[in-house]
Design a binder for this molecule. Structure first.
Ligand code: MAN
Length: 355
């Protein structure tokens, strides 16, 4: 597979030990999958911080948010026959699924896009209410009509859905609740309206018939979504055979809306690819890369909390109009950066993309 990413020499940019846990008694297991935006002349990351208590040999323990906003620690004996802990990210206990870590979102900023620090005076974004008790994850940040729109994965024992909050100053936030119900994630709202309508990519999962495919929806107000269409499916013989999901909002080019997406295969290897949507009718796919454009290969992408993963949900188009800097989660443990050439991605799109 051809990998056309130029990784930052300073990768990983951020590792779990670089930040302080949000609560005494927890440790940071992973930093991953940041939303990215520009604000007050700086580059900002809205990083997913995944925490849990220090693990011991005989117990698996993880935090859950209570309805009142406190924390409760679940403890399960690791040898319990009713426990399936074969995936580092989720466990199944007595027939119910839980996450092994609790995620919140944290703001970091940078003057050069490479050295990030936590600015003072900004809140942590944590799960709120009964639809976010297992945390909030993987936020896409869209600048639209003078407001930042934050679409994130909201997890609880009710299921996995998409939450929306908006802000103008990153200090006060308005919550719009769950905009796409379970099972759904990887939602990115377009940064402008098309023919008077808002558009968003999203990824419902259908367990029995169907699969983990990318869909597009439109909306009259950016909150209520309809006219859902399935646009990108998994491809059985390729790197994206098991699941696909949108990255951040698509980049508007002369040829169409360019979307960088992730795809995983049966072995849970997560790579990146791209597809192109018609400018006037974004539900029409006009191109897709055949091979992945980024494949886990650096040591920090191959080994970590959940190895063999590159996953992005945030990028910046640089002022030269060609360099796309993506920020990405590597091995579900580190935050990294890489540059792509927009022209090069466009040159790899095929109209006969066989889905
Ligand atoms: C899922 C999500 C992501 C994660 C990848 C790889 O798609 O949970 O947050 O990065 O899996 O593990």
């Amino acid at each position: 597979m051809k990998d056309i990413a130029t990784r930052f020499a300073g990768n990983p940019l951020l590792s779990p030990g670089d930040l302080k846990p949000s609560i005494d008694g927890l440790e940071i297991a992973c930093l991953l999958n940041p939303g990215v935006f520009q604000f007050e002349g700086k580059t900002w990351l809205l990083i997913r911080v995944a925490e849990r208590p220090k693990q011991t040999d005989d117990l698996i323990s993880f935090p859950i948010l209570t309805k009142s906003g406190g924390i409760e620690i679940m403890k399960i004996p690791s040898g319990d026959p009713e426990l399936d802990a074969s995936d580092a990210r989720v466990i199944n206990y007595k027939g119910l699924d839980y996450l092994t870590t609790l995620s919140h979102l944290r703001l970091l900023c940078s003057d050069d896009g490479k050295n990030f620090y936590e600015p003072e005076g900004y809140p942590l974004l944590t799960g709120e209410g009964i639809l976010q008790t297992f945390g909030i994850e993987d936020c896409r940040v869209t600048w639209l009509e003078e407001k930042y729109h934050l679409t994130f994965t909201a997890v609880s024992d009710n299921g996995v859905g998409v939450g929306l909050r908006t802000t103008t100053d990153w200090k006060d936030f308005t919550s719009h609740g769950m905009i796409l119900p379970p099972h759904n994630k990887d939602c990115a709202i377009f940064e402008e309206k098309v023919n008077g309508k808002y558009y968003a990519l999203h990824r419902p999962s259908s367990v029995d018939i169907g699969g983990n495919f990318i869909w597009i929806a439109s909306s009259p107000d950016g909150i209520h979504w309809g006219d859902h269409k399935c646009i990108i499916k998994t491809r059985s013989d390729k790197w994206d055979s098991k699941r696909v999901g949108a990255g951040a909002a698509p980049i508007k080019t002369e040829q169409g809306w360019l979307e960088i997406y992730h795809g995983a295969n049966e072995a849970h290897q997560y790579c990146l690819g791209a597809f192109l949507l018609d400018l006037e009718d974004p539900s029409k796919v006009i191109g897709r890369t055949d091979a992945a454009i980024m494949v886990p290969q650096a040591a920090y992408e191959l080994t970590g909390f959940f190895g063999n993963v590159v996953f992005t949900n945030g990028h910046i188009l640089q002022p030269d109009g060609d360099t796309v800097t993506i920020y990405y989660g590597a091995s579900d443990e580190f935050v990294c950066g890489a540059d792509f050439s927009l022209k090069e991605i466009l040159s790899l799109l095929k109209s006969d993309h066989g889905q």
